[in-house]
Design a protein around this ligand. Structure first.
Ligand code: OGA
Ligand code: MN
Length: 361
């Protein structure tokens, strides 16, 4: 019966300590009994137990104070690196990326990173999509061409075809409306909102959950490689250099979350995962080696970097929540810096981008 299934589902979803904490921070809306037209209001969450490395860092700068269980290191950055006594291999570098750098990677994250041969979550459905961000800006519509090389390609040339001549092509909005409802279509801006991941370098195959070296791929862009090497240094074994081979870029909108998981497909866990946060503030959960270990919640802001190496590589982690409201998103510096670049600003105001860089072999 539906009722008892629902109860069972709820029991199952709260089975582990990790899931319970995930549920605590996840976005829920207040039930609005009267009118569905009324604006939905996010349910209030108690954030008093969320570790805040920004305030920790500020009071450490001011008077050297640190909460119990947290240690600070100077690792050759102009910022201290914080570690947790009971999670060896985990490092948190608040504000590791300056505002210029944040803007640069937000832009790359939306323009060059999702470009083929890099794959995105849209590949499975639409094949490779070129220039999604530009298409969204130009209000293009992705249309399924049932008779490839016929109607849409001929005549007015209003339709911009993909290099790979796939069934799906970007068209001008008016071309689609004049064709009525005879073909499947989706606006580029809806696709941009639904972009959930892209992969750089060695491509990660989500269906098999492993790296597939036979998929065509480009090297990780050199500037990102250099940045990752610099950021990884505090977590590297003595005298070794980090070799970035793959990166997963996650895109979060309001209500999106990344469930508790381990990144266990890389051969050498002594090498860190370098994880950069951009855009809206989020909550990160760092659990233990079992989903039964209650996770520690912490805020991640634009410019923060997390390193996970060694034992921390074996710890469940995830992102149950991002904040897009003005007070909690904490993106004022980005607002100021991107004020002339409306399309990027519009996106990042309600989104978070996470770039996590890995050495696979
Ligand atoms: C991941 C991951 C964390 C984040 O993609 O594996 O853990 O901060 N991302 O989004
Ligand atoms: Mn991860």
């Amino acid at each position: 019966m539906y009722g008892s299934d629902k109860v069972n589902d709820e029991v199952a979803s709260e089975r582990t300590a990790f899931r319970r904490t995930e549920k605590k921070y996840k976005l829920y809306y207040d039930q609005d009994s009267k009118s569905s037209k009324k604006k939905k209001r996010p349910k209030q969450v108690d954030l008093s137990e969320v570790l805040d490395f920004k305030t920790i860092s500020e009071s450490y700068d001011e008077n050297g104070d640190l909460p119990p269980g947290i240690v600070a290191f100077q690792c050759g950055f102009d910022r201290p690196v914080f570690r947790l006594q009971n999670c060896p291999g985990f490092s948190f570098i608040p504000g590791a990326l300056g505002i210029e750098e944040q803007c640069r990677w937000i832009k790359e994250g939306l323009t060059s990173f999702p470009q083929p041969p890099n794959r995105t979550n849209h590949n499975a459905m639409y094949g490779p999509i070129h220039d999604l961000f530009i298409a969204a800006k130009e209000r293009k519509v992705l249309v399924e061409d049932e008779n490839t090389h016929t109607s849409l390609d001929s005549g007015s040339n209003a339709c911009v075809s993909n290099e790979h001549s796939y069934k799906w092509k970007f068209c001008e909005e008016h071309v689609v409306s004049s064709r009525g409802k005879t073909c499947k279509s989706i606006s580029a801006s809806a696709l941009l909102r639904k972009l959930r991941w892209s992969t750089l370098g060695l491509q990660f195959d989500w269906s098999k959950r492993n790296y597939n070296a036979s998929l065509p791929h480009n090297k990780i862009p050199d500037a990102l490689c250099q940045l990752a090497k610099r950021l990884a240094a505090p977590a590297m074994p003595m005298g070794e250099e980090f070799h970035p081979e793959a990166a997963i870029v996650n895109y979060f909108g309001l209500g999106d979350m990344l469930g508790g998981h381990l990144d266990d497909m890389e051969a050498d866990w002594s090498k860190p995962i370098v994880s950069m946060s951009l855009g809206c503030k989020a909550i990160f959960l760092l659990g233990g080696k079992s989903r039964e270990d209650p996770p520690l919640a912490m805020f991640l802001r634009s410019g923060d970097v997390v390193l996970m190496a060694g034992e921390a590589r074996e710890c469940f982690h995830g992102v149950p929540r991002i904040f897009t409201d003005e007070e909690n998103a904490e993106i004022t510096p980005l607002e100021l810096h991107l004020s002339q670049e409306n399309d990027f600003l519009k996106y990042i105001r309600t989104s978070r981008i996470n770039i996590n860089i890995r050495q696979v072999f």
